[in-house]
Design a protein around this ligand. Structure first.
Ligand code: BV8
Length: 251
């Protein structure tokens, strides 16, 4: 494999890049202590995410699904953004047009200061009424009642996230594909690039002539399509790239 981790040639490309997109997955929050999905630490009790993050699981056993989300909220609420999140927040001001698209529901990008965040799969700190579809923010950890009920109509509340088998919010999806098809560089950080339609965004960008820059300790199905693929943690690699960028911008 020709070496895809040539930092200097990436910096050359970034020097002239105006429109930059970054797609993140669970890996960017790993160094903050948030378990990934496919990593060993991703399991809750014996359940796989795909077993619990589905409308069927919720209709069969809302108690169990809410216990899982309450556990994850309890775990995430004490976590802080890491240097990877912080570099991304800084790049929002560095590049003329910079957009962040995340598969993560943990809210750590916003906690790091990112403003323009497209949350493809929702947010664990938002809950929705299954009757009225009203969305409300809730940071109670633990939840006062499991399963929680709608304060307005008493109906069951559900996490405001996208479950497997459910479609993504059309405006978020439309923006994500539009931005990917119109960028010059797309960074793909901390994702196993398996879950659709998120995993198609980098390929859409490449088809439109953009460069793919992957950051992941291991190779993924996307590595073969990537122009650059850096083996390492987001908290290590993104600050490295940022440091070089600052040097050129101070020249
Ligand atoms: C849909 C929210 C219309 C909930 C999530 C086409 C082909 C095959 C299947 C499908 C298809 N189209 C649709 C499907 C079905 C399905 C799908 O893709 N299934 C997969 C499993 C094959 N997609 C859907 O159902 C989507 N809906 O398409 O609707 C439709 C419906 C039905 C049928 C057709 C069309 C909805 C998908 C969204 C589901 N919701 N989350 C919740 O979180 O509770 S997905 C959830 O899992 C996450 O949000 C994320 O997207 C995904 C996990 O992936 P990653 O984030 O990549 O995490 P992972 O653990 O896998 O990898 C971590 C990576 O980080 C690793 O590579 C690791 O090496 C790396 N890493 C580790 N440490 C670090 C690091 N990287 C950097 N730094 C480090 N330090």
């Amino acid at each position: 494999m020709e070496n895809k981790d040539n930092l200097n040639s990436l910096i050359e490309i970034l020097k002239g890049a105006e429109r930059v997109v970054i797609l993140t997955g669970a890996g960017i929050s790993a160094e903050s202590g948030v378990p990934t999905f496919r990593g060993q630490d991703g399991l809750w009790k014996t359940y796989r995410a795909e077993d619990l993050a589905t409308p069927t699981a919720f209709s069969h056993n809302p108690q169990l699904v809410w216990e899982w989300y309450d556990w994850r909220r309890g775990l995430i609420c004490s976590k802080e953004p890491n240097s990877g999140h912080k570099v991304i927040a800084r790049w929002e001001k560095f590049f003329p047009s910079f957009h962040l698209i995340t598969q993560n529901i943990d809210g750590l990008h916003q906690k790091a200061g990112s403003k323009k965040v497209f949350e493809l799969h929702g947010n664990i700190w938002k809950i929705r009424c299954t009757e009225e579809d009203t969305v409300m923010e809730n940071h109670d950890t633990p939840l006062r009642e499991i399963p929680p009920k709608c304060p307005e109509c008493g109906a069951l509340l559900r996490p405001h996230v996208v479950w497997f088998g459910e479609s993504l919010e059309s405006s978020v999806l439309h923006n994500a594909f539009y931005l990917s098809a119109n960028c010059q560089v797309i960074f793909v950080v901390g994702t196993s690039a398996v879950v659709q339609p998120a995993a198609s965004l980098p390929l859409t960008a490449a088809e439109a002539g953009a460069k793919i820059v992957e950051v992941n300790p291991t190779s993924t199905p996307l590595t073969a399509y990537a122009n650059f693929s850096f083996r390492g943690g987001a908290g290590e690699i993104l600050p490295l790239i940022d440091e070089k960028l600052r040097l050129i911008s101070s020249d």
